[in-house]
Design a protein around this ligand. Structure first.
Ligand code: FE2
Length: 158
């Protein structure tokens, strides 16, 4: 299995190359927040393992083997990010944390995250339980809990 770090590189190269056709060392360094010299070191290693092709003046491209992993990691990333956004994690944090979680989960967990995301996204109307969840996040009270809701309203009005 590839290291987390190697997976992050393949994911970043995939995203940059999708936009530009290839990834330059400085683009990768910028995307991952690392120095160009550590990018060169890792890219050389990935080149030797057959995941990327690195030509000094043409930049880095993924081999089919590297692309397969890059796409799998990116697929997990977008799925986890969507899940975190469903549970109301702010976009920027969801994106950052997706990049951490994406490497470690069991395929079964990923499958269930995917099922939940698809379930919510394919709902014909905005799901009521999600509306309730939003209210719960703000008030700490389940809107279906009549007793507690009334108690709270009474407290606020008196
Ligand atoms: Fe990621």
């Amino acid at each position: 299995m590839l290291s987390r770090k190697a997976e992050d590189y393949l994911e970043a190269i995939l995203n940059i190359a999708e936009e530009k056709g290839y990834a330059r060392i400085k683009d990768i360094a910028l995307a991952l927040g690392v120095t160009p010299s550590s990018v060169v070191e890792m890219v050389r290693r990935l080149n030797d393992m057959g995941f990327v092709e690195y030509r000094k003046y043409d930049g880095v491209t993924l081999t089919p083997k590297g692309e397969k992993i890059g796409k799998a990691v990116w697929g997990r990333h977008t799925m986890i990010r969507a899940f975190l956004e469903i549970i109301k994690v702010p976009e920027e944090i969801a994106n950052k944390d997706a990049c951490i979680i994406e490497h470690e989960l069991d395929p079964k967990t990923i499958e269930q995250v995917k099922n939940l995301v698809n379930f919510v996204q394919s709902a014909p109307d905005y799901p009521q339980w999600l509306e309730h969840f939003e209210i719960f996040c703000k008030t700490g009270i389940h809107p279906c809990d009549e007793g507690k809701r009334k108690e709270r309203e009474h407290r606020l009005s008196s």
